[in-house]
Design a protein around this ligand. Structure first.
Ligand code: HEM
Length: 469
């Protein structure tokens, strides 16, 4: 009798526990449900829908249908997309510790696993201080002369009216600026070797990852090896000559943490290649859009020319180069830069991965899911930017609402190169509009993804040098 009472008691207790746990699970599911949206086909999800059309149209249609937070599934990953500034801030700033950066392994392997983008926490903070230091206003001010010389010689090579692919040419320019930031005035033979091998890495970056000799990916891996060899030769030479430079390489080489630990060679290599990657195509794409927008808006171009020619006349009279205070006082050109960044939204979105189950506005973002703040969606939202398809720099006479304008991201991983990129664009505008006129070739309009958005065919154009006025 006693024993059977214990059995009945245990049975009832288990039953009660079961009912309690089920109820709790149901309740937590009710409190936090998955966001609306379609997960598409098994495994392939909505990959085909995304790749068969303009990704911005895909995201905009989803937002129209489901609202500012929705789920999807592509490239084998379940994702939550966030199309509101508050949601982006939640992921990138306020709850950034719950979302880690995430990149495909094949890309991590090409750039280098110790590069700043892939990390969080102490190592990231240390690197960030170093990278930010060498890209600070004080550091980049001193590079104005070097940057002006790069812009002038690049544009001179375009003059003469032959057709150039503006994007390809802008990539040459922004690569040289990247080299200047990292290595200072580097010997031409090193620069050429770095360029040759970087181009092979770049070609393989978006190709199918494999180890088969002769494929783009494998060739990219081999070129990356050669890049590290060239960089280590540069480092050895600096050490031999006891050179202590203030460029990014110098900062990385001289850094010691609180325990006196220096960075390992691999860490230095990965970050140098990483910064080159971050700096080149982004800035080149933005500068190509500036050339297009100015071309398409002749009245605006005249006004920008007037602003820049006034500066040029001043400098010609005093026989002086463009100065930092002039760069900081180009009201119209600065707004052209901001409006180009908004319209083009070079980094249309970014990726993070939830490190735990996270709840946002009653929705569950499950651990391991990718999360994508869609910068472009809020840059093109008429609620924040009226008539969003119109190129209108004057909208920046008033500061955008907080967190609605994030061309350089937000939070701990926000772009440390943003001031350099803006300075580069203003120097390019100055040289371009004061010394050249140009015509776009062909009538093809629209956006091409490479993978950043660029005008169709890289904006073929003809440039002529104008006699000084
Ligand atoms: C118009 C040009 C540029 C645009 C639109 C741009 C945009 C961005 C964005 C949106 C991020 C954040 C990505 C994320 O949160 O996942 C980022 C990160 C970064 N950018 Fe830029 N960038 C530009 C130019 C540059 C330049 C010129 C440099 C360096 C010389 C640079 C170096 C970096 C680095 C190192 C990071 C990673 C920071 C970290 O993870 O802490 N960028 N950039």
């Amino acid at each position: 009798m006693g024993a059977s009472f214990v059995y009945v008691f245990i049975f009832l207790l288990t039953l009660l526990l079961y009912v309690f746990l089920r109820k709790n699970k149901k309740e937590s599911q009710q409190i936090a449900k998955l966001p609306p949206g379609s997960m598409g086909w098994p495994y392939i999800g909505e990959t085909l829908q995304l790749y068969s059309q303009d990704p911005n149209v895909f995201f905009a249609e989803k937002q129209k249908r489901y609202g500012e937070i929705f789920k999807t599934h592509f490239l084998g990953c379940p994702c939550v997309m966030l199309a509101s500034p508050e949601a982006a801030r939640f992921v990138l700033v306020t709850e950034a510790h719950l979302f880690k950066p995430t990149y495909p392994k094949s890309k991590e392997r090409l750039i280098g696993p110790s590069a700043i983008f892939f990390h969080q926490g102490k190592y990231h903070t240390r690197l960030r201080r170093l990278v930010q230091g060498s890209l600070s206003l004080d550091a980049i001010k001193n590079l104005m002369g070097g940057l002006g010389a790069i812009a002038a010689s690049t544009f001179d090579s375009w003059a003469g009216g032959h057709v150039v692919n503006t994007y390809q040419e802008m990539k040459k320019l922004s690569f040289d600026v990247g080299i200047l930031i990292i290595f200072g005035n580097l010997e031409a033979r090193y620069r050429e070797e770095l360029k040759k091998n970087y181009l092979i890495v770049d070609k393989g970056y978006n190709s199918f990852p494999n180890n088969i000799p002769g494929t783009r990916y494998k060739m990219a891996l081999q070129a990356r090896e050669r890049l590290t060899k060239i960089i280590s030769d540069i480092i050895s030479e600096r050490k031999e000559k006891k050179l202590i430079e203030k460029d990014l390489l110098g900062c990385l080489l001289n850094s010691k943490d609180e325990n006196g630990q220096i960075l390992m060679v691999d860490q230095i290599m990965d970050n140098i290649i990483g910064v080159l990657f971050a700096a080149r195509d982004t800035t080149a794409s933005a500068m190509t859009w500036i050339v297009k927008y100015l071309h398409d808006n002749p009245k605006l171009l005249e006004a920008v020319k007037a602003e820049q020619n006034a500066i040029r006349r001043q400098n010609d009279e005093a026989n002086q180069p463009l100065s930092w205070s002039q760069i900081r006082n180009m009201p119209l050109s600065s707004k052209v830069v901001l409006e180009s960044l908004r319209m083009a939204s070079i980094i249309s979105f970014t990726f993070r991965e939830a490190v735990a189950d996270v709840e946002y506005k009653g929705y569950l973002i499950p651990k391991g899911w990718k999360v994508m703040p869609l910068f472009r969606n809020f840059h093109h939202n008429p609620e924040f930017f009226p008539d969003p398809q119109k190129f209108d720099p004057s909208r920046f006479e008033v500061a955008p609402k907080p967190n609605t304008f994030m061309p350089f991201g937000n939070g701990v991983h926000a772009c440390p190169g943003n001031e350099l990129a803006k300075m580069e664009m203003l120097i390019v505008i100055h040289h371009l509009v004061t010394k050249f006129r140009w015509e776009v070739v062909g009538t093809e309009s629209g956006i091409q993804y490479s993978p950043f958005p660029v005008p169709m065919q890289g904006l073929p154009a003809r440039f002529w040098k104008e006699s000084s006025n």
